[in-house]
Design a protein around this ligand. Structure first.
Ligand SMILES: NC(=O)c1ccc[n+]([C@@H]2O[C@H](COP(=O)([O-])OP(=O)(O)OC[C@H]3O[C@@H](n4cnc5c(N)ncnc54)[C@H](O)[C@@H]3O)[C@@H](O)[C@H]2O)c1
Length: 331
């Protein structure tokens, strides 16, 4: 009897999805990657195409999903994830967080598979509690610009919990805090690739606001380890995974300038609406229940990430936006 476990990973061609594909392949799983390539790219997973235990479906998960045969796990990671992306495609963002998860939960129920969703620190909105524990209900503006993403993720948590309670589907909810590493898109609008891209192109680093707002960054390998442990645990309540080591954006810009050895200046622009001022995960639950904590500090993680970005071609470095959103937008 074949005891190989099969896992479906939606959003497989994205930053996190591709690293998860690598990890589960390494652990001996049969991995089915699914992605419609709206913000991801095949380059992130092309090294897997030659493998017998990897399959890829170019498919929109907001549409009905058919997977023949056995399925043991589903990781629903498909979703535009950066503000630049979800502001350009707000309806798709809401659809993947509602119709997409509904399809995945239906599939999990039919196959008796365990399902995990990629939730986010954005469910806490602009938090009034610091650091954020899983018990905090959040401070979200549903009709603000970030509402399309934040509320889609909150809905995902609600429907996932409902399937768990009413249909006994085995579910896991990971609340991911800012994560970084190789395969992020340089132009996805998130602060870390934005700073590195600007430094590599010889441009000044742009800070939105006065730079006093804080963020905490988790290296991708640490996050993947946390996800792997949570998936194999028996915890159905949400768990924060992130790195609590907080830094102000102003200090972070200085770190990037030092790392890249450039003498760029910092310029300041207006803070976007609803930009959270502070973000820091309380990871007590992950520490105690999963025996997990981040191992890779920012200096090491940034070194690895910078090495990846330095290896990009000049064309990739200067690419404004590789995504043809028009292809997906029904006007
Ligand atoms: N990176 C982070 O710091 C972070 C933080 C919190 C939560 N998350 C969550 O993790 C997941 C992955 O984020 P990421 O940073 O890798 O983003 P990403 O944009 O690199 O990856 C998302 C992937 O989902 C795919 N996708 C989007 N809509 C789809 C659809 N309808 N059908 C099929 N595929 C679709 C995209 O093409 C892309 O490959 C997202 O759900 C995101 O909300 C990420």
């Amino acid at each position: 009897m074949d005891t190989t476990k099969t896992i479906l990973i939606t959003g497989a061609a994205g930053f996190l999805g591709s690293h998860l594909c690598d990890r589960f392949i390494k652990e001996g799983y049969h991995v089915i990657g699914m992605d419609n390539l709206i913000t991801g790219r095949l380059k992130n997973i092309e090294h897997l195409f030659k493998l017998k235990n990897f399959e890829f479906y170019n498919h929109d998960v907001s549409k009905f999903i058919h997977i023949p045969g056995q399925l043991d796990y589903i990781l629903h990671f498909a979703s535009p994830a950066s503000p630049i992306d979800y502001l350009k495609i707000p309806i798709q963002t809401l659809k993947v967080g509602s119709l997409g998860i509904h399809n995945c939960l239906g599939l999990a129920k039919a196959k008796n598979a365990r399902l995990m969703i990629a939730s986010t620190s954005e469910v806490y909105g602009d938090p009034q509690v610091h650091p954020q524990t899983e018990e905090y209900w959040g401070h979200v503006n549903p009709i603000g610009p970030r509402g399309v993403y934040d509320e889609a993720k909150r809905f995902q948590e609600a429907i996932t919990m409902a399937y768990h309670t009413f249909h006994q589907v085995e579910t896991r909810i990971v609340r991911i805090f800012n994560t970084y590493g190789p395969r992020m898109r340089l132009n996805d609008g998130r602060v870390l690739p934005a700073f590195i891209g600007q430094a590599l192109r010889g441009e000044d680093l742009t800070i939105f606001g006065d730079g006093s707002q804080t963020r905490s960054f988790c290296y991708v390998d640490d996050l993947v380890e946390g996800i792997y442990r949570l998936l194999h645990s028996d915890i159905s309540m949400p768990i924060n995974i992130g790195n609590p080591n907080e830094i102000s954006i102003g200090d972070f810009a200085e770190e990037i300038i030092k790392l890249t050895g450039t003498d760029q200046k910092v310029i300041y622009k207006d803070l976007p609406v609803d930009d959270p001022k502070q973000r820091q995960p309380d990871i007590t639950k992950a520490r105690t229940l999963l025996n997990w904590e981040p191992k890779i500090d920012r200096a090491e993680g940034l070194k690895r990430t910078y090495a990846y970005f330095k290896g990009l071609t000049t064309e990739e470095l200067n690419e404004k936006d590789h995504i043809n959103f028009d292809k997906f937008i029904i006007k």
